[in-house]
Design a protein around this ligand. Structure first.
Ligand SMILES: C[S@@+](CC[C@H](N)C(=O)[O-])C[C@H]1O[C@@H](n2cnc3c(N)ncnc32)[C@H](O)[C@@H]1O
Length: 395
């Protein structure tokens, strides 16, 4: 069982529970699991919580600074638990965070969306620390929970933490979660805790008709994602449902954003041979932050394109667009003292024109938030839609 310190009353933990309940993240049916399965029992001794004041990940050691360690663990912040696929040592943050304990508000919102019933078998993709699997095990019985983790070291520590917490019967499988886990299929529920762009159909085939599949989903356009909640059709050949909320998750290992090599697109002489134009879209309209519905919506229309916003320099902010299937590129340069931004485009596609047209379409639809969008997946592929499955979002 977990240590007394993990299970003990801590004001921070009580306060977190109250915050989650009062803000509707923790539903009353999940409150007993929150109380019984402390996050602290699953976190590593050295971890890198997100520090709100600095906006960065800071190293915290349980041995050296237990007060801070517990304070962060009991806060509504994401906590990085692995950098660079484990090829990183020391306490300084690494380059890319590759596993984390998600924000408790996101964890419990997703569990609420999953709408589990007693006795159901659940497949989780991305065991990470094992906390989410532990919460599911408390609710459904450990024997009903299967969790797949691609990283063998993480899978091992999740297994150990679950065993120490009394949930050793959770099956933590080391492997690629995109394959699901056929030996224990069918599942009544599938929950992914790493984001993906394609591949949902494999899980649909392992889910019972009427079952629910919840996953952070986004496009190659950028980091904007939302959780999609698919209900599997009776004929088992498709699944469809609305997006439930914007989220930012790390992506499945094989579906991470690969940043295009700028020099392979844009010649050293710069924007020389490119077409020049202007746009009236403003920086404030276009770049709306991390839970970015604009980027999410544009990604649904503009396929095989990714974008990167540079830092602002001397009042200018360039945003670059790269074609993923050819060498088309575009840049829009927002400038503080100008009403119109300058655009350069080059290559077979006119990427900014595509992006601007997608933006104008989103605007014309009443600037829908992610909850108005949905997704249908079938053997033919995946079709995003607006409001109803028949209203497919066209390219
Ligand atoms: C946000 S963390 C999961 C948090 C976890 N559910 C918890 O309670 O701590 C995402 C996890 O997904 C894992 N992951 C990434 N790609 C994967 C894949 N293809 N199959 C299985 N797990 C994967 C990562 O290694 C990482 O541990």
């Amino acid at each position: 069982m977990t240590s007394r310190t993990d299970q003990g009353e801590r004001p921070g933990r009580t306060e977190l529970g109250r915050f989650l309940l009062e803000n509707g993240f923790l539903t009353t049916d999940w409150a007993p699991a929150f109380a019984a399965v402390p996050r602290t029992a699953f976190l590593p001794d050295v971890m890198w919580p997100h520090d709100r004041e600095t906006g960065t990940a800071v190293a915290v050691s349980k041995a050296e600074d237990p007060d801070s360690w517990y304070a962060y663990a009991d806060s509504n912040v994401p906590i990085v638990t692995q950098w660079d696929d484990g090829h990183h040592s020391g306490t300084e943050p690494g380059t890319v965070f590759t596993s984390s304990s998600s924000m408790p508000s996101v964890v419990f919102s997703m569990l609420a969306d999953l709408d589990v019933r007693p006795g159901q078998r659940v497949l989780e993709i991305g065991a990470g620390t094992g906390w989410n699997a532990g919460l599911l095990a408390h609710r459904l019985g450990a024997g009903n929970v299967v969790s797949v983790e691609v990283d063998p070291d993480l899978a091992r520590s999740a297994r150990e933490a679950l065993r120490r917490s009394g949930y050793g019967a959770v099956e933590v499988v080391t492997g690629d979660g995109l394959l699901g886990y056929p030996p224990r299929a069918p599942y009544a529920r599938v929950i992914a805790t790493a984001g993906l762009r394609t591949g949902l159909m494999t899980w649909v085939r392992q889910t019972t008709p009427g079952g629910i599949l919840l996953a952070p989903w986004g496009t190659y356009y950028g980091y904007a994602e939302a959780t999609v909640r698919l209900v599997v059709a009776d004929d088992h050949n498709s699944a469809s449902g609305h997006f439930t909320r914007p989220v930012t998750f790390m992506r499945m290992r094989s579906q991470r954003l690969q940043h295009p090599e700028h020099s392979q697109y844009v010649p050293a002489r710069g924007t020389g041979g490119a077409d020049k134009s202007t746009t009236t879209i403003t920086e404030a309209e276009f770049l709306t932050g991390s839970l970015d519905v604009v980027g999410f919506a544009i990604g649904l229309r503009v396929r095989n394109c990714t974008h990167i916003a540079d830092r602002k320099h001397d009042g200018k902010r360039p945003v670059w667009f790269y074609g993923l299937t050819d060498r088309s590129w575009a840049v829009v340069i927002f400038q503080d003292d100008r009403e119109e931004a300058t655009v350069y485009q080059s290559g077979p596609r006119r990427l900014w024109d595509e992006v601007e047209s997608a933006y104008r379409w989103w605007d014309s639809q009443g600037r829908p938030d992610v909850q108005r969008f949905g997704l249908t997946v079938s053997a033919e592929g995946q079709a995003p839609w607006l409001d109803t499955p028949s209203n497919i979002v066209a390219r």
